[in-house]
Design a protein around this ligand. Structure first.
Ligand SMILES: C[S@@+](CC[C@H](N)C(=O)[O-])C[C@H]1O[C@@H](n2cnc3c(N)ncnc32)[C@H](O)[C@@H]1O
Length: 277
């Protein structure tokens, strides 16, 4: 992904950025793995909006389930929309369209969607209430919202090597410094309740990295993305970690990868709600 897109992401305070080192994580995602709380509620013919769709790896499965209903994916970043469009075209997902839009200002009529989905998006929007209010506005009465976000304090990397756990906390501080919400996965029920949604159903799950290939993936992802020069510079800039800290954690991550007991998780919380009729 372009350096320009990453610079713009920093200006827009989006912590993850759009570089290839982060995209590898999004490419592992699918509707089956990342939207299982929503899939049983979907049916053919529904009109579905995916907010913060990124490159569309979850979107494609959602689009297939509602086909021939209309699927629209939106993201604030043009490069992500281009990737999602290319994936939809290559995969023959004819009912899927993608456009650039901000979650807090959705360019759609009120009461016009059956379902609004947002995966790992609300946690990055500084004004969470504004985003959820917009999602509620575009939903029809009786329509369903589905949000899934990280629970940073429940993520872990075991066995513990040195003070590596602190690197997770640094990630949380970076998210917060950018207006993000590292614990959104457990706050989302309250956010939907405050917005006026009813029949809220919540669930929590772990994305596990324990098989050798998944440990190797997590190691490569963390080395390539979290321990990139860009993230290190951001951590130093807000005073949450020094270059020495990052170098030490890099070495500890190598030790962890080589440990036969290596097991890491990303923790997620999800909530479904219904717009009152
Ligand atoms: C972590 S990615 C998740 C992408 C995808 N939903 C997934 O889980 O694979 C978060 C996405 O939200 C987008 N995003 C962040 N703030 C946004 C906003 N205010 N409006 C729309 N999209 C936003 C980012 O550009 C990014 O593509």
């Amino acid at each position: 992904m372009s350096g320009q897109a990453d610079t713009e992401a920093q200006e827009q305070n989006y912590t993850m950025g759009y570089n290839e080192e982060f995209q590898v994580l999004l490419r592992r995602r699918s509707a089956a793995n990342n939207a299982s709380q929503l899939l049983p509620r979907l049916s053919s013919g529904m009109r579905l909006l995916d907010v913060g769709c990124g490159p569309g790896t979850i979107s494609m499965g959602l689009a297939d389930v509602v086909a021939p209903g209309e699927f629209i994916g939106v993201d604030i970043e043009e490069s992500q929309i281009e990737m999602a469009r290319a994936a939809a075209s290559a995969g023959g997902h004819k009912n899927a369209e993608f456009e650039v839009a901000d979650a807090v200002n959705l360019p759609f009529e009120s009461n016009s969607f059956d379902v609004v989905h947002a995966h790992a998006t609300v946690m990055h929007v500084p004004d969470t209430s504004a985003a959820v209010a917009e999602m509620m506005r575009v939903l029809r009465p009786g329509g369903i919202i589905s949000c899934r976000d990280m629970i940073l304090s429940s993520c872990f990397t075991e066995p513990r090597h040195g003070d590596f756990e602190i690197a997770w906390q640094v990630f949380g501080k970076l998210l917060s410094a950018n207006g993000g919400h590292p614990e959104m996965g457990k706050e989302i029920k309250g956010v939907l309740h405050a917005a006026g949604f009813s029949d809220i159903a919540v669930s929590a799950s772990f994305e596990c990295f324990a098989a050798k290939e998944d440990v190797d993936f997590f190691h490569g992802f963390a080395q390539g993305w979290f321990f990139s020069d860009q993230t290190m510079a951001a951590a130093e800039k807000i005073g949450v970690a020094s270059a020495e800290d990052m170098d030490r954690w890099r070495g500890l991550l190598d030790q962890w990868q080589a440990d036969p007991a290596a097991f890491s998780t990303i923790a997620w919380g999800a909530a479904l709600g219904v717009k009152p009729g």
